[in-house]
Design a protein around this ligand. Structure first.
Ligand SMILES: NC(=O)c1ccc[n+]([C@@H]2O[C@H](COP(=O)([O-])OP(=O)(O)OC[C@H]3O[C@@H](n4cnc5c(N)ncnc54)[C@H](OP(=O)(O)O)[C@@H]3O)[C@@H](O)[C@H]2O)c1
Length: 287
């Protein structure tokens, strides 16, 4: 039986490249998509690879709200149950946004925080029973170099006060590293890794951004790599056993790198974990 990988953010950029490389390694991939057009385009793009011994199934859903993230989780479980499998080998949390201006979702959470951080917490913790059934499970969370320039302020976790596009993004990527460290401590039997993909030529900076921010992104990203470059290291980390002892660490180009010094503060990681859980519980009560 093939290994099973779940990939969020699968419809473009780094996620799409990972889906392709995982299919080439004969994984069965369950990809998360938020739009019908992108779903069709992904299936079309991957069609030639599906002649090989691998499959691609798409779960539709929006990861910017806890309610819809729960529907994504149910969709993933349904695919697994239909296949009569109870395990999931790899979970790649790749979906992410950068957003100009303060936008709140229906649950009152800031959009970048909800998409980049809350959904990672909810998806990963909800799928633990399936990861625990895998022989060699791995979880990857895509963070960013920008996390080095971020701080944590528990009185303004979601940047409601003084919202700034870059500050909100950097903080969400810092929270990704804290999440990875807290998860590694709580679930030492489930190897998890924070990934720094470097600067990658994708359209992330063009999607929820002002004209000015989009123009800056276009200029900046012209010196980036293509998405297959970080994806090749990510698939390596997801499949090579030598990475297992490095659970909880931050990786760039397949090598361990020291993350922002504050991410080593276990008290902060634990507090963020607990506050995230509370925010999710409160959001679900609003359903
Ligand atoms: N590009 C870089 O230089 C860079 C550097 C550091 C870190 N990263 C991180 O890498 C990850 C992937 O980004 P990318 O650069 O590959 O950008 P991208 O091409 O825009 O990919 C982002 C993916 O997330 C999906 N997504 C966004 N919001 C979603 C939502 N609410 N529900 C479901 N899916 C959603 C997008 O769907 P659509 O296709 O429908 O838009 C897309 O598939 C992000 O976490 C980003 O922070 C990127």
């Amino acid at each position: 039986m093939n290994k099973i990988a779940v990939v969020t953010g699968a419809t473009s950029g780094i996620g799409l490249a990972n889906v392709e490389l995982l299919l080439k390694k004969d994984f069965d991939v369950i990809a998360v998509a938020r739009s019908e057009n992108k779903k069709q385009a992904l299936l079309e793009h991957m069609k030639p690879l599906l002649k090989r011994d691998s499959s691609l199934e798409i779960v539709m859903g929006d990861l910017s709200q806890t309610k819809s993230t729960l529907q994504v989780i149910e969709g993933i479980k349904n695919v697994l149950h239909q296949r009569e499998v109870r395990h999931m080998d790899v979970l790649m949390n790749i979906a992410g946004i950068v957003s100009s201006g303060l936008h709140l979702n229906d649950e009152g959470n800031e959009l970048t925080f909800a998409t980049n951080h809350l959904s990672v917490y909810l998806l990963t913790t909800s799928l633990i029973p399936y990861l625990e059934q895998a022989k060699d499970p791995r979880v990857l969370v895509v963070s960013s170099l920008s996390h080095y320039r971020a701080s944590i302020n528990f009185r303004n976790l979601q940047n409601f006060k003084c919202y700034n596009i870059l500050k909100a993004y950097k903080r969400s990527k810092l929270y990704n590293v804290f999440f990875v460290k807290a998860f590694a401590k709580k679930y030492p039997h489930l190897p998890i890794f924070a990934i720094d993909p470097g600067l990658v030529k994708t359209e992330i900076g063009l999607k929820n951004t002002s004209k000015l921010a989009a123009a800056i992104w276009k200029w900046r990203v012209s010196s980036g790599t293509d998405a297959y470059y970080p994806a090749s290291f990510m698939v390596e980390i997801a499949t090579d056993k030598t990475y297992i002892p490095f659970s909880g660490q931050y990786f760039k180009e397949g090598k361990v790198k020291k993350s922002n010094p504050i991410t080593y503060r276990e008290d902060l990681a634990e507090r963020l974990w607990n506050e995230t859980k509370d925010i999710i519980e409160k959001s679900l009560q609003k359903m």
